[in-house]
Design a protein around this ligand. Structure first.
Ligand SMILES: Cc1cc2nc3c(=O)[nH]c(=O)nc-3n(C[C@H](O)[C@H](O)[C@H](O)COP(=O)(O)OP(=O)(O)OC[C@H]3O[C@@H](n4cnc5c(N)ncnc54)[C@H](O)[C@@H]3O)c2cc1C
Length: 466
């Protein structure tokens, strides 16, 4: 790994005849404003959202949560791990975390279903589930999120035959705006169930979720560096061939890599791996020194990437989907009808490379199966998901303003947790069951106690004062 980095540095230095250095990747803590002595500021992972709530609370029991909701003043917003980029959580009133309601509640070895506390972090449930003879069907690319946080935004991994994580839900329990506990599944309160599986925290605070799991399995992950044109040629067939398949394009390099996962009985093992965080810093370095010459940048990056060998890792599933993301970013991701994905990607690449030499983060492309959940971006359509990123200290708006119209032209629906500029009118056109969801929401929370200003803008009048 160090040798590989050294090689890139040497290539850049040779191209420039100069020394190089890397940029820091840690966030600075926001300085709180007036009243900060009594209030604990809240901010999300990337720093794109923040607020100064009157109260931040973490109930230790469902009864405590019910009491809290029944008695709270103003808006109540649930928070998971704060990993969404959109203003789903911020409020100046009350932010409630279920971090103290975590772990497995019960499980059924016959059906391979398990009920989990909604505040469980993904990274904390793989091992206990394995001990009970179960595993999640799929996972996203990090495991920091809270389970309820993931489900609220239709968080997904990749795999043409696998739905987003909300499709694993068999039943759930929530506390509504009156502080009442409500259960729902396909038989009981089925309309609520269709709405609540992807619900942005707008129907109530979810306390427990029953998931359909599978028996523990091992995955063989293979990473292969390739010319981008080759990736475009094989992407669709590779996606159909592997259980999980995704790929990345590295801007201004002509190169990318494919990542596939398949079930394996091979022993746990790993070849030498590139550290993704170091890799992103390398790309930043190349941008800093070679932004003025796209040709030289492609020559240097392309030559370097052609030297990179395949990586193979065999591990238990829950250890082989995710990695740590230490270099912070802001992100926009749209889920496009699968048949539009590659054409949209070509246009995104051209727009990026002709208009945005400042960008260095890779473009990520994944596949997700259609489902029947009212506010799922995958509602009734198999999708190809394309994500673009910008370093958290750099202004994401100009780049995302260029790319979003391409996603929209190809009929994309944005990831609920990731940056987009759509309004209620836009969403109503994209979601056939939008009005059904809105009706359930009004019934569950007539006074709009779960609506902050952003959600009030989507779902109509409510308090949403802050
Ligand atoms: C580094 C990084 C990597 C990511 N990778 C992926 C990926 O691979 N795939 C993908 O699809 N997304 C990915 N995301 C996006 C992320 O998975 C979603 O934004 C997810 O919603 C974040 O979960 P969270 O626990 O942080 O929830 P938060 O961002 O804190 O909250 C998200 C929503 O959940 C609601 N919520 C939280 N808890 C509850 C509850 N108990 N009851 C009701 N509502 C609740 C909140 O009110 C809010 O509306 C990534 C984000 C980052 C920063």
């Amino acid at each position: 790994m160090l040798n590989r980095r050294g090689m890139l540095t040497a290539l850049v230095a040779a191209a420039l005849g100069a020394g190089v250095g890397t940029a820091p990747a840690t966030a600075t803590v926001t300085t709180p404003g007036q009243g900060a002595k009594r209030r604990l500021p809240w901010r999300n992972w990337s720093g794109s959202q923040q607020s100064l709530p009157a109260a931040r609370v973490a109930p230790a029991s469902v009864a405590e949560l019910q009491e809290l909701i029944a008695g709270a003043n103003g808006v109540v917003r649930a928070v998971g791990a704060g990993h969404s980029f959109m203003p789903l959580v911020p409020t100046d009133d009350t932010i409630v975390s279920l971090s103290r309601l975590s772990g497995v509640v019960n499980h059924d070895p016959r059906t391979l279903q398990a009920t989990l506390w909604a505040g469980s972090r993904l990274g904390d449930i793989g091992e206990p589930l394995e001990e009970l003879g179960q595993a999640l069907v799929n996972m996203p690319d990090i495991d920091e999120q809270a389970l309820a946080g993931c489900l609220a935004t239709a968080t997904h991994g990749t795999g043409v035959d696998i739905g987003c994580m909300s499709t694993f839900i068999e039943g759930l329990q929530l506390v509504d705006a009156r502080g009442q506990l409500v259960d729902c599944d396909a038989q009981r309160n089925s309309q609520l169930f269709d709405a609540a599986r992807v619900s942005l925290g707008a129907l109530g605070i979810i306390t427990q979720v029953r998931l359909q799991n599978v028996a523990p399995y091992r995955l063989r992950r293979e990473t292969v560096w390739r010319d981008f044109d080759e990736i475009l040629d094989i992407a669709d067939s590779e996606a159909d061939k592997h259980r999980n398949f995704e790929f990345y394009y590295i801007p201004f390099s002509g190169m990318g890599f494919t990542d596939s996962h398949d079930i394996s009985t091979e022993p746990v093992s790993s070849t030498e791996k590139i550290d993704g965080n170091e890799g992103v810093r390398d790309l930043q370095l190349a941008r800093d020194w070679l932004e003025w010459s796209p040709r030289l940048r492609e020559l240097v990056l392309g030559s370097y990437m052609k030297t990179l060998g395949d990586e193979i890792t065999v591990e238990n599933s829950w250890k082989n989907y995710t990695s740590e993301r230490n270099v912070r970013f802001n992100e926009m991701e749209y889920h496009l009808p699968r048949e539009n994905g590659l054409q949209a990607l070509r246009e995104v690449r051209t727009a990026l490379e002709t208009q945005h030499p400042e960008v260095f983060f890779p473009i990520e492309v994944r596949y997700v199966k259609a489902d029947d959940i009212w506010l799922s971006p995958f509602y009734q359509r198999d999708c190809c998901s394309i994500a673009v990123h910008r370093y958290f200290e750099e202004d994401f708006k100009p780049y995302f303003r260029t790319i979003e119209p391409i996603f929209r032209k190809y009929n994309g629906r944005p990831h609920w947790g990731k940056l987009n500029t759509l309004t209620q009118q836009d969403f109503r056109k994209l979601y056939p069951r939008w009005d059904d969801f809105a009706a359930v929401r009004r019934e569950m929370d007539p006074q709009g106690r779960f609506l902050n200003p952003y959600l009030a803008s989507l779902f109509g009048a409510g308090r949403g004062k802050s």
